[in-house]
Design a protein around this ligand. Structure first.
Ligand code: GSH
Length: 256
């Protein structure tokens, strides 16, 4: 039987719980988080990378409580309150943090407009090609569909890594493209252990990039214990998850 969404582990564990403990005081930025969520992790990484002060608040987005729907009417994490005003959508939030804190270095966006546009092209690739393939690979139950999804994911990884200067997308500077994809790289054990995927299938360059990204301290600091992710991803692997993302993938629609 599937575990009801309300019974997911309620709070961050492991290294992430230490990071949460350090971010309890009210700040200009409140991060409304689900500890397990890859979209949240994008924002969490960005805040940690740039040292922007924030208060961490845990919410179970599956419960759709009124107080949270008032912050994000979509009922999804991440959401951010900035000086008491609400914002949501992880990619919008990443860009917002750049604009709201332009002098806090290191910036995650390159300086030149051309390079910024290039970064956005590859973030778009992650949204349109990488994430749908990853989620289809997790959720599909039919071997042929899984095989096609695995191939699509490998292709998306090869295309992305062909643009990587190394060790990160824009060279030495860890940036927005790396942040956008990192949470799905650190979760690739789900498909390695269950769907016949391995990093080397996308080539040595991908394996090297994946290693560099997953060793980034901001990523390590926002990771909970594996066993608690296992409970959540088990439902995706059995195609029982009832999240908006899971329903969209099942219906062949874009991830909301
Ligand atoms: N497009 C959104 C997706 C956010 C999202 O799907 N968050 C999930 C958790 S990982 C959520 O809040 N799910 C609640 C639900 O599906 O009801 C973003 O980029 O922020």
């Amino acid at each position: 039987m599937s575990i009801p969404d309300a019974q997911i582990h309620p709070v961050a564990t492991g290294a992430a719980s230490e990071t949460v403990a350090k971010h309890q005081d009210p700040q200009e930025i409140t991060l409304w988080s689900g500890w397990f969520c890859p979209f949240v992790q994008r924002i969490w990484i960005a805040l940690e990378e740039r040292g922007i002060p924030y208060q961490y608040k845990e919410v179970n987005p599956y419960k759709k409580e009124k107080h949270f729907l008032d912050i994000n009417p979509k009922g999804l994490v991440p959401a951010v309150e900035y000086k008491g005003k609400a914002l949501y959508e992880s990619l919008v939030l990443l860009e917002f943090l750049e604009e709201a804190y332009p002098t806090v270095k290191p910036s995650l966006l390159p300086t030149e407009p051309y390079d910024r546009a290039v970064a956005r092209i590859w973030v778009d690739h992650i949204t349109k090609n990488y994430l749908p393939a990853f989620h289809r690979l997790m959720q599909s139950q039919e071997p042929e569909v899984q095989e096609q999804a695995r191939k699509d994911l490998i292709e998306a990884q090869k295309k992305l890594v062909a643009q990587v200067k190394g060790p990160y997308f824009f060279g030495e500077q860890f940036g927005i493209v790396d942040v956008a994809v990192a949470p799905w790289i650190v979760r690739d054990w789900v498909i390695s252990e269950n769907r016949g995927y391995s990093r080397s299938q996308a080539g040595e360059a991908w394996a090297k990039y994946a290693k560099a990204v997953t060793e980034r301290p901001s990523l390590l600091k926002t990771e909970s214990d594996k066993e608690h992710y296992g409970q959540i991803y088990g439902r995706y692997l059995r195609n029982e998850a009832q999240s908006e993302a899971a329903k969209a993938i099942r219906a062949g629609k874009q991830i909301p």
